[in-house]
Design a binder for this molecule. Structure first.
Ligand code: ATP
Ligand code: FE
Length: 334
C-alpha cells in the first residue's frame, strides 16, 4: 500500500511516498527559507506562488525516486495537509491533491497538520497510544494527550507567542537572521547558560501553559543593555535564553506526565530539533523511566513523510475525503 502525501501549509513544499506505515520511498522538500529570510519571516503571498512553482517538479522527482511508474495502479491513497496553516499555501496543496485524485482515480484524504506532527517519528519506530506529544514550532506550542489515534486532548498551549517565534525574534534582534532556532542552538553550545538570569516563564503555576512574550522582552532588554556597553556576549545570551525556554518546556511536560500518569512521550515541530531540548528530554526520561520517542531532526520540521504516516493511519481508521475537501486555515482536532 503506497501513500502519496503533499504538505504546503507554510513555507516548505513537500512531497513524500510511504510504503505501508513506515517505509519511506521518497521524501522531497523544496525549502523557501532563502526567499523569505530577506523579509525576516514568511511572506504568505510569496509562499503560495513558490509552492505553485515547486509542486510539479517535486511530484515528478518524488514519484521517480520511489520508482512509481503507474500512479493509477500503484498508489493506494493521496494524503494532503488541509489545515491549519496559511490559506493560500494550503490551497496549492489541496487543489493539486484533488486534481491528482480525480485524474488517477486514487482515494483522497485531508490531513490535519498537527496530527501530522504527532506522527513525526512514525517512519522510525512504532508509537502506540496513549502518549503525550509536545508540538513546538514557529506557530505552535502544544501539549497533547493522544488517548488513541484520532482521539486527542489539548492539555495546554501558549498564552501568547510560540517557542519558535521567540527564537526567531531574538535572532532578529541579535542580527543572526531567519530562522533563528538553528543559529541560536549552535551559538548557545559555546555559551554559559547561567551567564544571565532570564526568567523561566510561568515556572510556578500549576497549569500546563506557556508564555514566551515576557521572556522575549526580557531578552531584548538584556541585549539592548549589553549592546550599550559594547559588543554583546552573543553566545552567553543565546545559551541563557535557551536554558529558560527549555526549562519552561520541561517543567510543563513534567506536569503533563504527572497529571495524566501517561509515561510515553514524543515531540515534534522545528524546536524539537533543538539540541538542548533533546538532551533535557533524554535526561528526564531516563531518570523517570519514561519511554521517549525522539524523531530524527529532519522529521521534526515540516515534511510530507509525517503527513503520509498520519494520512495512512487515518485512512485505515476509516476516514476519507472527496472533491468537496477545502483547506481550513484554523482546523482543530481537539
Ligand atoms: P508550524 O508552526 O506551522 O508547524 P513552522 O513554520 O513553525 O510550522 P517548523 O519547521 O515546524 O515550521 O518550525 C520552524 C521553527 O522551528 C522556527 O521558529 C525555527 O526557528 C525553529 N527551529 C528550527 N530548528 C531549531 C533548533 N535547532 N532550535 C530551536 N528552534 C529551532
Ligand atoms: Fe509544522
Amino acid at each position: 500500500f503506497i501513500t502519496l502525501a503533499i504538505e504546503t501549509s507554510c513555507d516548505d513544499t513537500a512531497v513524500a511516498l510511504l510504503g505501508g506505515a513506515r517505509k519511506v520511498l521518497a521524501d522531497s522538500i523544496s525549502s523557501q527559507i532563502d526567499s523569505h529570510s530577506a523579509y525576516g519571516g514568511v511572506v504568505p503571498e510569496l509562499a503560495s506562488r513558490m509552492h505553485q512553482e515547486a509542486m510539479l517538479p517535486l511530484l515528478e522527482s518524488a514519484l521517480a525516486q520511489a520508482g512509481v511508474k503507474n500512479p493509477r495502479e500503484e498508489l493506494g491513497l493521496i494524503a494532503v495537509t488541509a489545515g491549519p496553516g496559511l490559506i493560500g499555501s494550503l490551497m496549492v496543496g489541496v487543489m493539486t491533491a484533488k486534481a491528482l485524485s480525480q485524474g488517477w482515480g486514487v482515494p483522497l484524504l485531508g490531513v490535519n497538520h498537527l496530527e501530522g506532527h504527532i506522527f513525526a517519528n512514525a517512519a522510525s519506530e512504532e508509537l502506540v497510544p496513549p502518549f503525550i506529544s509536545l508540538i513546538v514550532s514557529g506557530g505552535h506550542t502544544e501539549v497533547v494527550l493522544a488517548r488513541a489515534f484520532g482521539d486527542y486532548e489539548l492539555l495546554g498551549t501558549t498564552r501568547d507567542d510560540a517557542a519558535g517565534e521567540a527564537y526567531d525574534k531574538i535572532s532578529k534582534v541579535l542580527g543572526l537572521g531567519y530562522p533563528g532556532g538553528p543559529v541560536i542552538d549552535r551559538l548557545a553550545a559555546s555559551g554559559d547558560a547561567y551567564a544571565f538570569d532570564l526568567p523561566v516563564p510561568l515556572a510556578s503555576t500549576r497549569e500546563i501553559e506557556f508564555s514566551f512574550s515576557g521572556l522575549k522582552t526580557a531578552a531584548m532588554t538584556l541585549i539592548e543593555k549589553e549592546s550599550e556597553r559594547g559588543a554583546p556576549p552573543v553566545a552567553d545570551i543565546c545559551a541563557s535564553f535557551q536554558r529558560a525556554v527549555v526549562e519552561s518546556l520541561l517543567k510543563k511536560i513534567t506536569l503533563a506526565v504527572k497529571t495524566t500518569g501517561v509515561k510515553r512521550l514524543t515531540v515534534s515541530g522545528g524546536v524539537a530539533a533543538n539540541s538542548a531540548l533533546r538532551a533535557a528530554l533524554e535526561k528526564y526520561s531516563a531518570e523517570k523511566s519514561i519511554e521517549l520517542f525522539l524523531p530524527p531532526r529532519k522529521m521534526c520540521t515540516d515534511n510530507a513523510v509525517m503527513i503520509a504516516a498520519a494520512g495512512y493511519n487515518s485512512y485505515m481508521r476509516g476516514n476519507l475525503s472527496d472533491l468537496r475537501l477545502t483547506p481550513n486555515p484554523s482546523w482543530s482536532i481537539w
